[in-house]
Design a protein around this ligand. Structure first.
Ligand code: AQP
Length: 322
């Protein structure tokens, strides 16, 4: 089975990215052939500063390595190091009905937030389809927010197969979304998202993490009042870090009363800091070795390119471009 997924360098990686996607990347690399990339072409829809883009791209690359992505097991590459993806995006766009893109929730949401209605943002799902189809991927680990885009990828692939068949030009990929981490909530209870400004960054300094956790919105029930653990985003975040024993103890204290939000915030902040302690040290090592990072990047690009090129050639042939 071939796995593929990408992450945008549009800002620092946050714990929604980690539990929604990166943790699955690391687990899946053990058993499968995996390709992971830094989606810098996608990030152009929101970031337009060349120096910042270069830096963010490198940062995201190093962050994935630090979190456990192993270049001996998986191929890690930068999207723009394999420009074939952009050619495929054009081939796909010619068979994509406008209506499929017009119904995309993520696009509508971003326009509502005040982002300009530009073609890149609108056509984002077609580029994403190209990212996936260019590697004959079987499974795509993502958060719930990407489910609709994955459906479009499948629809576009089926349409292309239908138009340019007989025979399968593209393999149809499936999403891999885990129920428990499909939507990680942010400080305000909405989905944790860079564009909502409600994130906790994985590699923030411990004191910054503590300050952010203090901002998590709760109701104002006093310590002794019974509380519903299923209606508290503090608890939803704590669940991601706690051991089963810690969790059942805290859930019992929620239901019976006797635990306050101050204590929960301290517990959560301690858990976040502890969880990313070892990756923080690994990250410092990678940062101190830019030549090693550059080598991993070059090797990743080469492996990704070697996989993508024959697939693009097959597609070019199918639609008469070669
Ligand atoms: N809150 C989340 N819960 C679960 N999964 C999440 N992901 C993101 N936020 C959550 C998943 O992380 C992967 C990489 O995301 P991305 O960098 O491609 O961009 P995104 O989904 O656009 O992340 P943001 O922070 O929400 O950015 P903006 O504000 O630009 O939309 C994806 O698999 C995503 O599902």
């Amino acid at each position: 089975m071939r796995i593929l997924s990408g992450i945008q360098p549009s800002g620092a990686l946050h714990i929604g990215n980690y539990f929604g996607a990166i943790r699955q990347y690391i687990a899946l690399q053990e058993e499968h052939e995996a390709f992971y990339f830094i989606a810098n072409y996608h990030a152009l829809t929101s970031l337009r500063d060349a120096a910042q883009m270069r830096q963010n791209t490198l940062d995201a690359f190093v962050d994935l390595l630090a979190l456990g992505l192993d270049p001996a097991k998986a191929t890690l590459f930068v999207q723009s190091d394999v420009p074939e993806t952009v050619e495929l995006a054009w081939l796909l766009t010619t068979v994509t009905p406008m209506g499929w893109l017009e119904k995309c929730v993520s696009y509508k949401d971003k326009i509502q937030q005040g982002l300009p209605a530009e073609h890149g943002l609108f056509a984002y799902p077609v580029l994403m389809a190209a990212d996936i189809l260019l590697y004959d991927a079987d499974l795509v680990p993502v958060g719930q927010d990407q489910r609709q885009h994955l459906e479009i990828t499948r629809d576009v692939a089926e349409r292309f197969n239908h138009v340019y068949g007989p025979g399968e030009v593209f393999r149809l990929p499936k999403p891999y979304i885990l129920d428990d981490t499909a939507i990680v909530p942010g400080l305000d209870g909405r989905k944790m998202s860079k564009s909502y400004g409600n994130t906790i960054e994985i590699f923030d300094e411990p004191n910054v993490i503590r300050k952010k956790v203090k901002k998590i919105v709760t109701d104002s029930l006093p310590v002794e009042a019974p509380k519903d653990p299923d209606k508290c985003s503090l608890m939803a975040l704590y669940r991601l870090f706690a051991t089963p024993d810690e969790l059942s103890d805290v859930e019992r204290r929620y239901r019976e009363g006797g635990i306050g939000y101050g204590e929960m915030k301290n517990r959560l902040a301690d858990a976040i800091v502890a969880r990313f302690d070892a990756p923080r040290a690994a990250r410092a090592e990678w940062i101190a070795n830019p030549d090693r990072v550059a080598k991993v990047r070059a090797e990743g690009a080469e492996r990704a390119h070697a996989t993508a090129r024959p697939i693009l050639d097959r597609v070019r042939k199918a639609c008469g471009m070669a």
